[in-house]
Design a protein around this ligand. Structure first.
Ligand code: ADP
Ligand code: MG
Length: 778
């Protein structure tokens, strides 16, 4: 009997193998059932209600099944995840991968949230397979992960944590690896992740299949060499090459002076209370201020905020409640929101102009996913209009100007002023948001879009409710290049070097020392604040670091955006406990922090002044900004006194944070238990809520960090459908009007009104096509 089954099994495998060999890569495959897929995958897809393939899937999957290396470029929301997950499952299945074979496929994601989402999809479609799979992200329990890793066949990871395991976990063998996948590949290949990715790759066997996916593909040939791709197949899908964003996406821009931006946002939210909205900002500080202040103003829609400074657990709660919400408005930074798939987002609002067109495309990609309708609006300062439109035109983004209806205009300036007056904390956030925003403008690389002299910064300052003239502390002689963390592509050194010569009043503003004396309130909040929230990847710099030490990027792997988040943001279970100051153990969750705590003198300075430290390649901290005189230092008391005081304060703070974390973890466990019970009860009643995915077997126990996602609601496909049916009826109130309408009214004041960038009807040249598809080989 057994041998009979075995025999049939072998026959099945052989049949499948032949079918894959014979599969015509040119054939236009429409349904998953037309692909030579194993029974478990076919059933998993069916149970997840996936029937027809998307374009990228029908182009990439056949090639990938045949073992080819792939560079996949397709718009956001076009189904890239399945394009690599199906081949991962299938190729391992056909290779008869078992637990004994160890790691077969490694999937790398730039952020933890995205890794979780990929893992979720893997769990859904892989539920009938017997592979073991795990999520390897920071914030999980390192030790637990270590014990399990050796037995895993498929891993979804973030680079930093993966590397840590490769370096430290003894029984972790990757020598068998068959497949490597990079999702959001351009992001993973950029400088922030460079060293960790290189180090990971060094561990992997060269003989393997490699697949890269992104909406905007990695551009450099050198990147491809780094990954040792073998004759990769470039698979790009951009419908008729007419636009690089989904056709179901309607894109608009509004020209609004910086000083009216918050009013505009508020008015927009008020006019779209029945919508699901994502608002993008360039820095976490902007997010925090707008979130806190708008909460007070109560626009009448649930507000959420998401940035890298939050703990992973909080971020997961937030992303899942936003996913589940029918109407909600979330304020987010670029880094954390990259690649995330939120169902049924109506609007993407870009309040801060993105640094480049690629960032624009990734942002708007949070809506209009998988052929569903969606809308996006970018709010541009008059000085940004021309430059940005040019960039978008170049990328064939069809965008149309709209104006705000007069009746919908609201002014919240006075209210913000009052709030800031009443609440010093809010005022402080406003100040920080202002500073980080101004700095990010100053540091922007694309000077055709961003010219700091052209913004009404005073007006902006006032619009945030801040009294007086803006003060910005910044210092010349700072390595601007270093400040601009994790840049895309190479920095233009010359341009940067020239920078300080072109001095403007803002240069002087930046150079001025901060003349404020920090009140005790400030020094309390300073832990959460550092002057380095600059650069368009500023949120990359966010974390929960109680010391608020910001590392400048490109120092090493930890300096990459989400990796840093990953490393530091979790003060939870990933923490390493070292016996420390005071009776309680002090929780240190990064090596660097540990090092820092030991480096007391530097800490002292940091604490006193909120000064940024930059780490060189050896991990030795240096100050970027201003050096304190020894005399100034001594004035505040002897070094020993200061040190003692500082350590005491820090220890207390840590104990507090630790307690919070514990409570949070406890609550989470309770919730999980309750959920589990409910599920079991439902199952007893015969209603299967969600089949226990076999894939996740190894990761289901109580404390399992890899089962983190068990606490996330699995998307219920039926619900989604229901929601979909409801949604079309929800019509946004007309917050805007067509610019052309406006023209009729004769109210035009500026040139360029009603300008529509239409994508060219026909792609001009093959190069154009290529460039559009991602300009891969340049
Ligand atoms: P991308 O990575 O290209 O941005 P995702 O893989 O996140 O896109 O997929 C976007 C959405 O489309 C997801 O909600 C996913 O469930 C859905 N989707 C993907 N493939 C299909 C398919 N073949 N049929 C229906 N929906 C799909
Ligand atoms: Mg994706």
């Amino acid at each position: 009997m057994k041998s009979l089954k075995r025999k049939r099994d072998i026959e099945d495998h052989e049949r499948l193998e032949r079918a894959v060999e014979e599969l015509d890569i040119k054939a236009e495959i429409k349904d998953f059932s037309d692909l030579p897929l194993s029974q478990p995958t076919a059933s998993g897809l069916e149970a997840s209600h996936f029937k027809t393939l998307t374009d990228i899937q029908s182009k990439a999957i056949p090639l990938a099944l045949k073992g080819r290396d792939i560079l996949g470029a397709a718009k956001t929301g076009s189904g890239k995840t399945l394009a690599f997950l199906v081949p991962v499952l299938e190729n391992l299945y056909r290779a008869r991968w078992t637990e004994l074979d160890g790691l077969g496929a490694l999937i790398i994601s730039p952020t933890r949230e995205l890794a979780i989402q990929i893992f979720e999809v893997l769990r859904k479609i892989g539920r009938y397979h017997t592979f073991s799979a795990a999520l390897v992200i920071g914030g999980g329990d390192l030790k637990e992960q270590k014990e399990r890793l050796g037995r895993m066949n498929i891993l979804v990871c973030t680079p930093g944590r993966m590397l840590q395991h490769m370096d430290q976990t003894v029984a972790f063998e990757v020598g068998n690896l068959k497949m490597l996948v990079l999702d959001e590949a351009d992001r993973i290949m950029d400088m922030g992740f460079q060293s960790s990715v290189d180090a990971i790759i060094e561990h992997l066997p060269k003989e393997r299949q490699t697949m890269l996916f992104s909406a905007t593909q990695t551009k450099k040939v050198s990147d491809l060499a780094r990954l040792s791709l073998r004759d990769p197949e470039y698979v790009a899908v951009h419908e008729a090459a007419s636009s690089s964003t989904p056709t179901t996406l309607q894109q608009y821009y509004v020209v609004v002076p910086l000083s009216k931006k918050l009013d505009t946002l508020f008015g927009f939210i008020r006019a779209n209370l029945k919508s699901k909205i994502i608002v993008f900002f360039s820095s976490a500080k902007q997010v925090r201020f707008v979130y806190e202040s708008f909460r007070h103003l109560q626009p009448g829609i649930p507000l959420l905020h998401l940035h890298g400074r939050q703990k992973l657990s909080a971020r997961l709660d937030i992303t899942s409640s936003f996913s589940a919400a029918k109407n909600s408005c979330i304020f987010a930074t670029d880094v954390v929101a990259r690649g995330l798939d939120f169902p049924a987002v109506d609007w993407v609002v870009q309040l801060d102009c993105p640094e480049d067109a690629d960032t624009y495309i990734h942002r708007v990609g949070r809506t209009a996913r998988s052929e569903k309708p969606g809308k996006a609006v970018i709010i541009l300062d008059p000085s940004e209009e021309e430059g940005m439109l040019k960039r978008l035109e170049h990328k064939k983004v069809p965008i149309k100007q709209i104006n705000i209806r007069k009746q919908k205009e609201q002014s919240i300036g006075a209210q913000l002023q009052k709030l800031c007056f009443q609440d010093p904390e809010l005022k402080y956030l406003a100040k920080k948001a202002f500073e980080s925003y101004t700095k990010s403008l100053w540091l922007q690389k694309d000077k055709e879009i961003f010219n700091i002299d052209k913004y009404d910064l005073e007006g902006f300052h006032a619009s945030m409710g801040l009294p007086g003239a803006p003060k910005i502390k910044f210092r010349k002689g700072v390595d601007v290049k270093k400040l601009k963390n994790a840049p895309r592509g190479d920095d233009d050194e010359e341009e940067q070097a020239k920078k300080p010569e072109v001095r403007t009043k803002y240069d002087r503003m930046f150079e001025r020392r901060n003349q404020d004396v920090l009140s005790s309130h400030y020094s309390k909040t300073i832990a959460d604040d550092d002057p380095e929230d600059a650069g368009s990847h500023a949120d990359a710099d966010e974390d929960n670091d109680f010391l608020s030490v910001k590392r400048v990027h490109q120092v090493d792997e930890e300096s990459s955006s989400s990796e840093k988040e990953e490393d530091v943001a979790a003060t939870g279970p990933a923490a390493k406990v070292i016996p420390g100051i005071g009776k309680e153990p002090i929780v240190i969750d990064s090596k660097r922090r540990e090092k820092l705590l030991k480096s007391k003198k530097k800490l002292l300075k940091l604490k006193e002044k909120g000064v940024k430290l930059v780490y060189d390649d050896d991990g030795v901290p240096h100050q970027v900004y201003e050096l304190e005189d020894e005399e100034d230092f001594k004035k505040r008391g002897s070094a020993a006194e200061q040190r003692a005081k500082f350590l005491e304060e820090e220890a207390a703070r840590i104990r507090e944070a630790d307690l919070d974390d514990k409570q949070l973890a406890k609550q989470k466990r309770r919730e999980k238990r309750e959920k589990k019970k409910a599920r079991e009860a439902a199952e007893r009643r015969g209603e299967t809520l969600e089949e226990a995915p076999r894939l996740a077997e190894a990761g289901e126990d109580e404390e399992d960090p890899m089962a983190l996602l068990a606490s996330l609601p699995l998307p219920e496909d039926e619900d989604e459908d229901e929601e979909e049916e409801e949604r079309p009826t929800k019509r946004p109130k007309k917050w805007f009007e067509d610019a052309s309408e406006d023209e009729k009214e004769g109210a035009k004041k500026r040139k360029g009104k009603g300008r529509v960038i239409e994508a060219a009807d026909e792609p001009e040249t093959l190069e154009d096509l290529e460039a559009l598809a991602a300009g891969l080989l340049n």
